[in-house]
Design a binder for this molecule. Structure first.
Ligand code: PLP
Ligand code: CA
Length: 310
């Protein structure tokens, strides 16, 4: 196809692009809100889109919140009412994947959060963890003797603020015991979670990498840029890629997934990406870098408001 150009979406073009779409997928943090504050004007834009009968879905790599919690946050920040089933988080989609991929009665060993556990419970996947884990004795000879649950046939790695060596040991032991029959699933590969002022904390990708390295194999990834999270949406709702816009603030997750799935991609600069980064990819000779370039950009999704006025 023709090279993507990252054009600024001015009101006239925005009218046309929005008019041609019936579905919009929104990344959340950095697009709709930052931390606990809505992006100014974003709730009004989503209300107008909904009034124009656009179908809105929310897609997040954050595995530490349930879809119910996202619906509640949208409500609290003044966005139009959303049903939990419009929210596609990596926790819900990982649970859905395991519910289909695991044989009946099989369980998952989980490194993650209470939200990940709640989503697994909601779809009926038996699991151990998440929660604190301790080594069963003082030395390596003890570490390989902690009891293993015979039902475990998968290791699932999500955001786990209690990640530790004991859990890494157990994950490796399940994966070694099961061999290729034990699934290894990661919710996402985000390597850093940016905080205000340029600071960052390590993301789930760091934890997935630790388990992959120990197990000497690659995890199946649920979240963006994996197309599994899009396929999940497309299997629950009728979504036509050619009439769908993916709105995101991150090139290597949101925009890459959108481009790979045949969606129109719109970058907003209210999150982690600058135009300079896009330029670097655009000018690159490397085709995989050019896949990170969005079709369009706006400073903020609030800039879409004029295009939605009558
Ligand atoms: N993972 C975690 C644990 C997070 O807290 C966040 C953002 O807050 C993300 C991933 C990235 O989420 P998103 O895809 O909504 O930008
Ligand atoms: Ca984001």
């Amino acid at each position: 196809g023709s090279a993507r150009r990252c054009l600024r979406l001015e009101p006239a073009a925005a009218r046309q692009v929005l008019g041609a779409a019936d579905t919009l997928l929104f990344d959340c943090d950095g697009v709709l809100w930052r931390g606990d504050a809505a992006v100014a004007g974003a709730p009004a834009v989503l209300s107008r889109l909904q009034a124009r009968a656009k179908r809105l879905y929310y897609v997040t790599n954050n595995s530490s919140r349930t879809r119910d919690a996202y619906a509640e946050k949208l409500r609290r920040l003044g966005f139009p009412p959303a049903e939990p089933r419009q929210v596609f988080g990596s926790a819900y989609c990982a649970a859905r994947y395991l519910s289909q991929a695991l044989p009946p009665g099989a369980a998952a060993y989980v490194l993650g959060s209470p939200a990940l556990s709640a989503e697994l419970r909601a779809v009926g996947v038996p699991h151990l963890g998440p929660g604190p884990a301790a080594l069963p004795g003082p030395g390596p000879a003890d570490w390989s003797r902690a009891p293993l649950d015979p039902a475990v046939r998968a290791v699932l790695v999500g955001f786990d603020e209690h990640f530790c060596y004991a859990k890494l040991c157990q994950a490796l032991r399940y994966l070694q015991r099961g061999g290729p029959d034990c699934l290894l699933v990661g919710t996402n590969r985000d390597h850093r979670l940016p905080l205000e002022g340029g600071a960052a904390i390590p993301g789930t990708g760091c934890l997935v990498k630790a388990v992959e390295m120990a197990a000497e194999r690659e995890a199946f990834i649920i979240g963006k840029p994996s197309r599994y999270i899009f396929d999940c949406m497309a299997s629950e709702f009728k979504i036509e890629p050619a009439r769908t816009i993916m709105v995101g603030d991150r090139l290597d997750t949101d925009i890459l997934m959108g481009n790979n799935c045949g969606l129109t991609t719109l970058l907003t600069l209210t999150g982690v990406t600058t135009l300079e980064e896009v330029k670097g990819h655009q000018e690159s000779d490397c085709p995989s870098r050019r896949n990170l370039v969005p079709d369009y950009y706006v400073d903020s999704i609030a800039d879409l408001l004029p295009a939605l006025e009558d």
